[in-house]
Design a protein around this ligand. Structure first.
Ligand SMILES: O=C(O)CCC(=O)C(=O)O
Ligand SMILES: [Fe+2]
Length: 307
């Protein structure tokens, strides 16, 4: 494995015109005036593209190739979800929540978006404080470059040893511990490394941010991170939906949780059961049963190196 502390940069991942198109599209959907409460602890003025299937479709090719680059960067094999699923998460019909909440348990890719959103930083919201994401893998793609300051700060980045670029070396610049990639660059990093949105001092900064979920059998911490990260958002969505008669389902296409109607092969989520599953995963991970688990435990899950 490459160290989880490596920041992977793919220059010119999106063309400049795709970046502008995406900003325009988002501005037609929101004024970016309110904070997105889906991100429980670190809210940003953003629009979640997962709520807009037509946008997901319009940029499908680009979004899908994020998965390809993530697999390349983190050596993630392509396998159907069924092969990984050992059933321990306990997704099955349990009456507690009634049939109000349903999910589709299968996904054809080990990767899926926990969230995918465009943030707008401006004088009214110039920065995002240091945090870890719920996701094991996260990414940012700068969509604009007409601002001063900005960029993504990584707590423990004191030189560019941790940066791995692919192809074109002219990716942008590093100032202290702030990575300021050029417009359209894909910057992949572990969500478990502490990072922040560095303050902008002038102009506006649009950035596409994604939280990537990783499914992988018998890799305790993969699972722990996955479910731990998923928990906040899922719990919030369940709360919001309770009593409304609306349903929560898992989109087959993108593997993320979405509001939606009933589809074939669905199961009911039992919240306590999921919580138990998550706790079990975390315990397994703490025991460090195998090399992979130890690796992620030490390197990814808040080891001292990352504080
Ligand atoms: O603005 C950035 O570069 C980082 C954004 C971020 O970390 C997040 O939205 O979770
Ligand atoms: Fe983040």
């Amino acid at each position: 494995y490459k160290p989880a502390s490596t920041i992977h940069i793919f220059p010119n991942f999106l063309t400049k015109s795709t970046c502008s198109k995406l900003i325009k599209r988002c501005e037609s959907l929101t004024t970016f005036e309110t904070l997105n409460s889906n991100h429980v602890n670190f809210q940003t003025p953003d629009v979640s593209l997962l709520d807009y299937p037509d946008v997901m479709e319009e940029f499908e090719k680009e979004f899908r190739s994020v998965y390809d680059r993530a697999r390349e960067a983190y050596d993630i094999p392509i396998k159907p979800y069924d092969e990984f699923d050992d059933g321990r998460l306990g997704i099955e019909g349990i009456p507690e929540f009634g049939s109000e909440f349903v999910v589709e348990p299968y996904s054809s890719s080990p990767l899926s978006f926990l969230d995918l959103f465009v943030v707008k930083y401006s004088s009214s919201y110039p920065e995002l404080l240091p945090h870890r994401d719920g996701s094991l893998i996260s990414f940012t793609i700068p969509l604009s470059d007409v601002h001063k300051g900005g960029g993504t700060m990584f707590n423990n980045l004191d030189n560019d040893d941790r940066i791995l670029t692919y192809g074109d070396k002219a990716w942008g610049e590093i100032n202290g511990n702030v990575v300021k990639g050029n417009k359209g660059n894909l910057i992949l990093h572990s969500g478990k490394m502490k990072h922040a949105g560095s303050p902008i001092t002038e102009g506006e900064r649009f950035v596409l941010v994604g939280f990537i979920n990783v499914d992988c059998k018998n890799k305790g911490l993969f699972e722990a991170c996955k479910n731990y990260g998923r928990w906040d958002g899922l719990e919030k969505r369940l709360k919001d939906l309770k009593g409304t008669g609306r349903k929560l389902s898992r989109s087959r296409k993108w593997g993320n949780f979405k509001e939606g109607g009933m589809r074939g092969g669905e199961f009911t989520y039992n919240v306590d059961r999921i919580r138990k599953g998550i706790e079990g995963r975390l315990k397994d991970a703490e025991k460090g049963r195998n090399e992979t688990e130890r690796f992620f435990l030490e390197e990814c899950n808040g080891g001292l190196e990352f504080d």
